[in-house]
Structure formats: structure tokens, C-alpha cells
Design a protein around this ligand. Structure first.
Ligand code: PGA
Length: 251
């Protein structure tokens, strides 16, 4: 899977069903001709994936992912989605351990590990999200929380030295709050993550893309992308409007 950097990723969360996804993509694609110096990645609700795949057609600079999967291949798991199904519908990447999965739905480190391993087995790429809560940062534990989430999330993958993975640093206190980490804070934590990735993935850890997320807007995207060690952005709110997302995608 070839991804050019920066990687600009839109996490639509529970927004944009098939009809609005189609309308969004029409407006976005009309104004966003192929770019070879970056990759745009959309995480729509799974029910909109096939609509998105049809809209994107042969655009290699735009890729799709899902926001969550279950780790079993198939069976009696009402409401869940397997990696194979996501791949079949056009997904190449799977978000794992997003803070809303962890803190709204109670997903544990053990579950993120099972999900990352399932994504690897299924031939897709995990985008593991890590990030500390405000009280963890204030207590001086931000780095240890993030390192623990990284180690745990990748603990059951067996091909880390040879396979693509992606990481997003999303401080929980910055998600949907209008508070962004400073570029310096982002660089500092990305450097910690980079070091840990080198330990986990060997040489490949040096080139693993590390995205920043948390209240990214068209106004701060450029500055955050310019920060050392920031290889891309994971964007929620500002990805929901085609105009503001265009501005971020062009940053
Ligand atoms: P936000 O969300 O951009 O709305 O803060 C980011 C995310 O949850 O990935």
C-alpha cells in the first residue's frame, strides 16, 4: 500500500450516511484533482463505504478505511463488522482504539490488541489511536500512558517488522474541544512514539507515519503539519464540511 505524506485523514464518526456521503464526495472531488504529494483517507460510517468506493473510483491518492471492526472473521456477533467485510467494501485501513471507542464504549487495551492482530491477518493496515486524558497529562503520565497503549495495541501483531502500520496521537482533552496540542507538544509526543515504534518495529518504525489529531481545523492544519515528526492529521469535526475539509486536505 503506497501512501504519500502528508496523510490527511477524515474521521466522520457517526455522520454522513450514503446519501450525504455521495453529495459530499461530489462536491469534494469536483474541487480536489489528483494530488501526488499527499494521501487523503476517509473513515466514513461503514454503511457508506460502497458509496464512497464508487465515488472515488480509480483515484489512487484517496483511500478508505473503517472506524472499527470486530476481531472474529464471521459468525453470530450481531451488529459487528469483520475485517474481511471491510476489505470487500473497499477499506484499506482500520481505525483501532479511537478515544471514543476507549472512553465511550469501554474498549480495553486487550481488545485493541485483538483488533490490530485481526487487521493484520486480514491484510489491512491498522491506524492505532493513542492519547492521554487531561488528568493523566496533569499528573505527568502522558508519555507512559501513550507508550503503554502503543505496546499493548501492537502486542499481538506478528509482522511489525515488515508490514505497514499507522499511528495517530490524539490527546483526549483535544478531541472535539477546540483545544489543540501546541506544535511543540505534538512533536514531543511524536518523538516518544517514534522511539517506541523503532523498538517495536525495528527499522520500519523509523518510517511509520504518525498523525496528530484533536481539534484540527483549516486554520491550524498548516502549522501542525509543519511541526517536526508530524506526518499527517486525523480530523473529526473539520472533515464534515466539504469546504473546510478541502482547506485541510490542501494544507
Ligand atoms: P476532532 O476529532 O477533530 O473533532 O477533534 C478528532 C478525532 O476524534 O479523530
Amino acid at each position: 500500500m503506497t501512501m504519500n505524506r502528508p496523510i490527511l485523514a477524515a474521521n466522520w464518526k457517526m455522520n454522513n450516511g450514503p446519501t450525504s456521503a455521495r453529495e459530499f464526495m461530489k462536491s469534494f472531488l469536483d474541487q480536489y484533482p489528483r494530488q501526488n504529494d499527499r494521501t487523503v483517507l476517509f473513515f466514513p460510517p461503514a454503511i457508506s463505504l460502497t458509496t464512497m468506493a464508487a465515488a472515488i473510483a480509480d483515484r489512487r491518492d484517496i483511500m478508505l478505511g473503517v472506524q472499527n471492526v470486530y476481531w472474529k472473521d464471521q459468525g453470530a456477533f450481531t451488529g459487528e463488522l469483520s475485517v474481511g467485510m471491510a476489505r470487500d467494501a473497499g477499506a484499506r485501513v482500520v481505525l483501532v482504539g479511537h478515544s471514543e471507542r476507549r472512553h465511550v464504549f469501554g474498549e480495553t487495551d486487550e481488545e485493541t490488541a485483538l483488533k490490530c492482530a485481526a487487521v493484520e491477518r486480514g491484510g489491512l493496515t491498522p491506524l492505532l489511536c493513542v492519547g492521554e486524558l487531561l488528568d493523566q497529562r496533569e499528573a505527568g503520565n502522558a508519555e507512559s500512558v501513550v507508550v503503554q497503549q502503543l505496546r499493548a495495541g501492537f502486542s499481538q501483531m506478528t509482522q511489525l517488522a515488515t508490514r505497514d502500520v499507522l499511528v495517530a496521537y490524539e490527546p483526549v482533552w483535544a478531541i472535539g474541544t477546540g483545544k489543540t496540542a501546541t506544535p511543540e507538544d505534538a512533536t514531543a509526543m511524536h518523538s516518544v512514539i517514534r522511539k517506541e515504534l523503532s523498538a517495536l518495529c525495528g527499522d520500519r518504525g523509523r518510517i511509520t507515519p504518525i498523525l496528530y489529531g484533536g481539534s484540527v481545523t483549516s486554520a491550524n492544519a498548516q502549522t501542525l503539519l509543519g511541526a517536526p515528526q508530524v506526518d499527517g492529521l486525523l480530523v473529526g469535526g473539520a472533515s464534515l464540511d466539504a469546504g473546510s475539509w478541502l482547506a485541510v486536505a490542501r494544507a
